[in-house]
Write a protein that binds this ligand. Structure first.
Ligand code: 0O2
Length: 266
């Protein structure tokens, strides 16, 4: 295939990766807006490089014309979660979407790879709109915790360095590190509720402060400036207490005042 043809062949995959990242990032935004803990921490994606596609075609003896059906990870998206429990939540979320159709799933958490690799993989069908009309393509979604990602990233670089011929002592070290990652994820799971509570409170506080400041700004435009300065001073005092309940009360009272001036923040 000529280089220009590769580019136009890969272009819908570029679009798919970009769209998928936007959609998964929006899930984080929606959770935050609603003061909810987000099961997704971070999203990234990539289109497989031409050399990596060629290497896979050769390794699996796939003819070039079957590339798009047989290479399922030309478009790849990686979703990073804080806790192992979140992986299931994210997988269910994907299964319930109307714009992504599941082709297959691989559970490398239950069936850990010999290398020690753990992750949850989903192959989806996804449709993008191009100038030539809609194109239905495949994309791979990898879901893993931050700890799993740390291990996989390092192991992937070492695999690349040793090109399938990793020295035994390095493989043993990696295997030990994989066990340590399992323990770390288990430890974090045991304090999950506490961490989630802390993160929820911090998100709620930041949303409340945002709304209060918007209300104050709107009131400043519509009502007595001196009154608004007083409200702002009161807010700073409440903010200093770091007490969420007091902040909520202040928010409710300010809402009533703002309502009177039709100055509510949305
Ligand atoms: P990239 O883009 O460099 O990450 P195969 O590709 O033949 O190994 P298959 O059946 O196509 O296997 O898919 P599988 O097993 O689900 O693996 C696809 C992707 O999962 C790989 O992509 C890796 O990203 C990741 N992966 C799988 N096994 C391992 C592993 O042992 N260690 C690490 N670090 N990652 C793994 P590619 O092809 O490597 O491409």
């Amino acid at each position: 295939m000529e280089i220009q043809l590769w580019r136009s062949m890969l272009s819908p995959y570029e679009l798919a990766v970009r769209e998928l990242i936007v959609k998964f990032e929006h899930i984080i935004t929606e959770h935050k807006l609603n003061d909810l803990y987000s099961p997704i921490e971070q999203v990234s994606g990539r289109v497989k490089s031409v050399s990596s596609i060629l290497e896979k075609l050769q390794r699996k003896q796939i003819p070039l014309e079957h590339m798009e059906e047989e290479i399922e990870d030309i478009a790849g998206v990686r979703i990073i979660c804080q806790f192992e429990e979140d992986i299931d939540t994210v997988a269910s979320l994907i299964r319930s979407r109307s714009d992504m159709e599941i082709k297959s799933e691989k559970n490398y958490l239950k069936h850990i790879k010999q290398s020690g690799y753990r992750s949850y993989h989903l192959i989806i069908y996804y449709t993008v709109d191009t100038i030539h009309g809609p194109k239905r393509l495949q994309a791979e979604i990898q879901i893993r915790t931050m700890a799993m990602n740390f291990w996989a990233t390092i192991e992937h670089s070492l695999q690349y360095k040793y090109k399938g011929d990793m020295p035994l002592h390095v493989a043993e070290r990696l295997s030990k590190a994989a066990d340590a990652i399992i323990s770390l994820d288990q430890e974090m799971a045991s304090v999950r509720n506490e961490i989630m509570d802390a993160q929820n409170s911090s998100q709620m506080q930041s949303n409340l402060v945002r709304d209060i400041l918007l209300n104050i700004e709107n009131l400043y435009k519509l009502s007595n400036k001196r009154e608004v300065m007083k409200i702002q001073d009161e807010f700073l005092l409440v903010f200093k207490t770091k007490d969420l309940k007091q902040l909520e009360r202040f928010h409710r009272q300010l809402d009533i005042i703002a309502e009177g001036y039709r100055a509510q923040s949305v």
